[in-house]
Design a protein around this ligand. Structure first.
Ligand SMILES: Nc1ncnc2c1ncn2[C@@H]1O[C@H](COP(=O)(O)OP(=O)(O)OP(=O)(O)O)[C@@H](O)[C@H]1O
Length: 300
């Protein structure tokens, strides 16, 4: 019996958002809107998304001993995430400085801060969390050697889900553990590097699969997703909605998919559910605040 349906290992950032009429040139100062501060980071987002759906969720992450760290801990606890694995100190909390212009385009500078100090040693010290978790979900906003240690720490019979964002080439040991590897088009192209990329998402999925993962999911925004495994490649239809803000959709999709796989759903079934979760998330502004409960997904 596992204590957690899902353990998320990843980043926690404070998103500092200012609206601007236009971006400053070098050496220039512009005035912007009031500052908005939101809890974010891919790890923190995934944990909140899963907990809101009802998954028993734990987060292994690192934040600073500062106001942003407390904001992140509070948002995790409010969503029902077990924060026993959230380490405090070592560097300031990670921050994303985001300016948004009137057309809605973002410019973002990230300071990884404490996320960059989540070390392999921290993973080893959290062995009991790994033993207690059915599915472990990871992204790449933490050091790659930490991700490698996660793969080595998985309990027998638990499942590893990776969204390689931001993307970079991955060691064979990590690729081989993924079940699934979840990528969008950009991430697929970076992971494939110089390999023949192919024309269609089906091509990317097949070529990625040949690199070692047990399964692959390609997310396609409003076009839905596709899943690929030894059983073949299947398209997952998207749910038609009026999208207002796609921030965090990928995190909500990944969390929902990871949780559903842990409950015994087949990959295509889990991806269809995750597509519904992503669809609800894009109908609302923001990242964590846009994530639905299970009842809201049913109502879609
Ligand atoms: N406009 C949309 N309409 C319906 N569903 C959507 C829409 N955008 C995203 N989704 C759903 O959410 C899933 C994940 O979204 P997307 O493909 O944009 O991921 P991503 O590129 O990883 O996102 P992110 O911008 O969060 O990094 C999609 O596969 C789809 O099922």
């Amino acid at each position: 019996m596992y204590d957690y349906d899902l353990l998320v290992v990843g980043s926690a950032n404070a998103d500092l958002v200012i609206g601007v009429e236009r971006r400053p040139a070098a050496g220039e100062t512009v005035l912007g809107s009031d500052l908005a501060v939101h809890p974010g980071g891919k790890g923190a987002n995934q944990a909140v998304a899963a907990a809101r759906l009802g998954a028993r969720t734990a987060l292994l992450a690192r934040v600073g001993d500062d106001a942003h760290g407390r904001l992140l801990l509070d948002s995790q606890r409010a969503a029902g995430v077990d924060t026993v694995g959230v380490l405090v100190g070592g560097a300031p909390t990670g921050v994303a400085l985001i300016t948004v212009d009137p057309s809605g385009d973002n410019s973002i500078v990230v300071s990884p801060g404490a996320n960059g100090r989540l070390a392999a040693q921290d993973v080893r010290a959290a062995a009991s969390l790994f033993q207690a978790s059915k599915v472990v979900s990871v992204q790449l906003e933490i050091p790659l050697e930490t991700v490698v240690e996660v793969v080595r720490s998985l309990a027998d019979g638990s499942r590893f889900v990776l969204n390689p964002s931001p993307p970079r080439p991955l060691p064979a040991e990590v690729l081989a553990a993924c079940d699934p590897l979840i990528v969008n088009e950009h991430e697929a192209k970076v992971i494939l590097g110089d390999s023949a990329v192919g024309e269609t998402p089906e091509d990317w999925a097949r070529i990625l699969l040949a690199k070692g993962p047990r399964s692959v999911v390609v997310t396609l925004g409003a076009e839905g997703a596709l899943v690929a495994s030894a059983q073949g490649v299947t398209r997952i239809a998207s749910v038609r909605v009026d999208a207002v803000d796609t921030t965090g959709a990928g995190d909500a999709f990944t969390a929902a998919l990871a949780w559903k796989l842990g409950t015994g759903s087949a990959l295509a079934e889990a991806a269809a559910y995750a597509a519904r979760v992503g669809a609800v998330a894009v109908t609302r502004q923001g990242a964590q605040v846009s994530f639905p409960t299970a009842a809201e997904v049913e109502a879609l």
